[in-house]
Design a protein around this ligand. Structure first.
Ligand code: MSP
Length: 647
């Protein structure tokens, strides 16, 4: 049996999963499922990237350890993969022992053979992207070309990887394997980058604690990318190169990545592999980026598409279908909900849904729910079916998911047209032997067209495929079937079930109203000029004493609907404060949070308790009542003790 190993990038756990993560993972899921149904022995790996500066900083700001943070956040990814019906065979975390062991083994081997050496690194560093940025790639005013944030000068003792030594070998490999990087535009980009020359890369940090220690020199931790890339081999049992998994799957490894991280995958990683004497990935497939209404998605703009919400609103298979169908894989594309609704109504409800309903109703009405016999099931549809399987296979082997779906939909449309051409309702009325035979022929062909369509869409929409097969009265789960076993025409005698609507049509007027209603409150807050206080001088402002504190206990005040009694640690003293935030937090969510406290507010008695201060929060108020509320929380307290003054 042929093997196939596909990997997603491992995702950073400093954030909640967004559409970019969902997109890569669904694409890998589709290809993994397709290859399984094509008879391959598949391994599909995903996971989380859990070390590095960003994680360390985020944990610090939350006053928890980095391990606690990653143990918690990686679960969001596992939850999303479950919701998206992802069929991964493994999930690797870079904090797992199997990974740490593999990374240290790689580092040690390269150190021992002289491909890693110690030196000093100095350069412009982008903390959020965890990368040193060469001067010729910096943005205006020394900013990061990736994220646009200001760069910091950093100097540190560092280990370097002598990747430059292997550049000629890598260029030669790519010259001989032009399909090792897909699509071609990315191949050309990497080739010109390589031909421009590549410096040795710094692969350790002393400025950071949260990482895998360099074996034998523990004040250094291994650079997060050097660490992360090894996950692909660690999951196969590396450093044991003789394990079955490694022997079976490494030679056919394929990495699916976004276009932003191809240098790490097409340059850094292959150089590491060349130095280790391990074969290079068979393919590195780079996809494009989703934008929202033409703009880059970003948290600050608040335009990041949340996959959890999309599935909840539009349905899982609808979302999966849209992502794979809407843009050619490799290109950037614009995410628009109206385009999604358009595809649901036309491709899914009209084309596929109607074909199923019309066919099942006719088999039910004219043949007593039993698929009829017919002597010869050859038709335009059966001829087309053979070509379709080959054409879909060609498209899938190029990772042209949109093309594969277009080909499947050509077939679905042809089947719908077949109904209009053969007019089975007229044949049913005619009541002659000839018309009866023709009717049987038509209905058997339509049933077979659905059986094939259900099979072809299985990698993209596994649940829908299962629902179609169940309505066709086929017990075996289509996702476990093999394409090569599909034979046209031998379904006579199958008993269909009652037809159910596969994809409810979305009423466009209702949908538009709901969209407008969703936008309305935001517009109001943006457009309404808030009420302003009179101007104050800086001296006026200084009269307000604001200090950093930490909530160390929170209790309900039984008599009050809104208030909690909080104990605040200011470092130099502890304060009791009554705070009207009961409707927005549970008590245990508050404990451990750093906050900003107004410390010189006149004490006030609330529900019999003396309150000595006020914590800062932002809220959205309607008729004077807070409807939403968020605490003002210092982002990170690195070196800032409790009690520090806020100015
Ligand atoms: N941790 C690294 C990968 C290490 S792999 C050894 C990383 N993680 S990430 O979480 O930031 O990004 C993961 C993937 O999400 C990347 O492939 C990236 O291209 C993809 N996307 C992030 N935003 C995206 C869009 N808006 N659209 C499509 N994919 C994008 O990088």
């Amino acid at each position: 049996m042929k093997n196939f190993f596909i990997t997603t990038p491992i995702y950073y756990v400093n954030d909640i999963p967004h559409i970019g993560h969902a997109y890569t993972t669904i694409a890998c899921d589709v290809i993994a499922r397709y290859k399984r149904m094509s008879g391959y022995n598949v391994k599909f790996l995903t996971g989380t990237d859990e070390h590095g500066q960003k994680i360390q900083e985020k944990a610090l700001s939350k006053n928890i350890t980095p391990q606690e943070l990653v143990d918690d956040i990686h679960l969001n990814f596992k939850r999303l993969w479950k919701i998206l019906n992802i069929s991964n065979d493994d999930f690797i975390r870079t904090t797992e022992q199997r990974h740490v062991k593999a990374v240290q083994a790689v580092f040690k081997k390269l150190l021992d053979q002289g491909d890693i050496y110690k030196g000093t690194y100095s350069g412009y560093y982008c903390v959020p992207c965890e990368t040193y940025v060469p001067e010729n790639s910096m943005g205006e005013n020394k900013t990061c070309p990736q994220c646009g944030r200001p760069l910091k000068i950093m100097e540190e003792e560092s280990y370097f990887f002598k990747g430059s030594k292997y550049i000629p070998d890598l260029i030669k490999f790519y010259e001989q394997n032009a399909k090792a990087i897909l699509p071609e535009i990315r191949y050309n980009e990497i080739m010109s980058f390589l031909r421009g020359g590549v410096h040795d890369q710094s692969v350790s940090r002393t400025s950071l604690k949260w990482g895998i220690p360099v074996p034998g020199d523990e004040k250094h931790v291994i650079y997060v990318w050097f660490d992360a890339l090894v996950n692909y081999m660690a999951a196969l049992g590396y450093p044991d190169e003789n394990s079955d998994d490694f022997k079976n799957f490494w030679p056919c490894v394929r990495h699916m990545v976004g276009k932003d991280i191809i240098r790490f995958h097409c340059v850094t990683w292959p150089l590491m592999l060349l130095a280790l004497g391990i074969n290079l990935p068979a393919e590195i497939i780079a996809h494009g980026w989703w934008t929202y209404e033409g703009e880059k998605m970003s948290k600050t703009k608040g335009n990041v598409i949340d996959p959890f919400k999309m599935v909840e609103e539009y349905g899982l298979d609808q979302f999966r279908y849209f992502l794979m169908r809407e843009i050619p894989f490799g290109n950037d594309g614009n995410f628009s909900e109206s385009a999604l609704v358009g595809r649901i109504n036309s491709d899914l409800a009209n084309d596929l849904g109607n074909l199923l309903n019309r066919t099942l109703q006719m088999i039910n009405n004219y043949c007593g729910a039993k698929v009829p016999e017919c002597d010869n099931a050859e038709s335009d549809l059966s001829t087309m079916s053979e070509k379709i399987l080959t054409r879909v296979d060609e498209a899938m082997n190029k990772y042209a998911f949109d093309e594969a779906l277009k080909i499947i939909w050509e077939f679905i449309s042809r089947a719908n047209k077949f109904i209009d051409e053969t007019t089975p309702w007229k044949l049913a009325k005619e009541n002659s032997d000839e018309s009866k035979a023709k009717l049987n022929y038509v209905l058997l062909n339509l049933y077979e067209a659905l059986r094939l369509s259900g099979l072809l869409i299985a990698p993209f929409m596994p649940r829908t495929s299962q629902r179609i097969y169940s309505q066709l009265g086929i017990e075996q789960d289509p996702v476990t079937m093999l394409y090569k076993n599909f034979k046209w025409g031998n379904s006579a005698g199958n008993v269909i079930k009652k037809s159910e609507v596969l994809f409810p049509r979305i009423d466009l007027d209702e949908w538009q109203k709901a969209q407008d209603a969703k936008k309305a409150p935001q517009n109001q807050t943006q457009e309404q000029e808030p009420e302003h206080e009179p101007e104050i001088s800086i001296d006026d402002f200084r009269k307000i004493e604001l200090r950093v504190g930490k909530i160390i206990s929170a209790e309900e005040i039984k008599k009050s609907k809104k208030l909690y009694k909080l104990e605040i640690d200011l470092g130099y003293e502890k304060r009791t404060v009554c705070s009207g935030i009961k409707n927005f937090f549970k008590t245990d969510e508050l404990i451990g949070k750093n906050i900003i406290l107004v410390t010189n507010l006149k004490p006030a008695k609330l529900c019999g308790i003396e309150s000595n201060g006020m914590i800062l929060a932002a809220s959205k108020k309607i008729d004077g009542n807070a409807e939403a509320l968020t605490l003002v929380i210092p982002e990170n307290l690195d070196g800032i003790p409790l009690g520090s003054r806020v100015s």
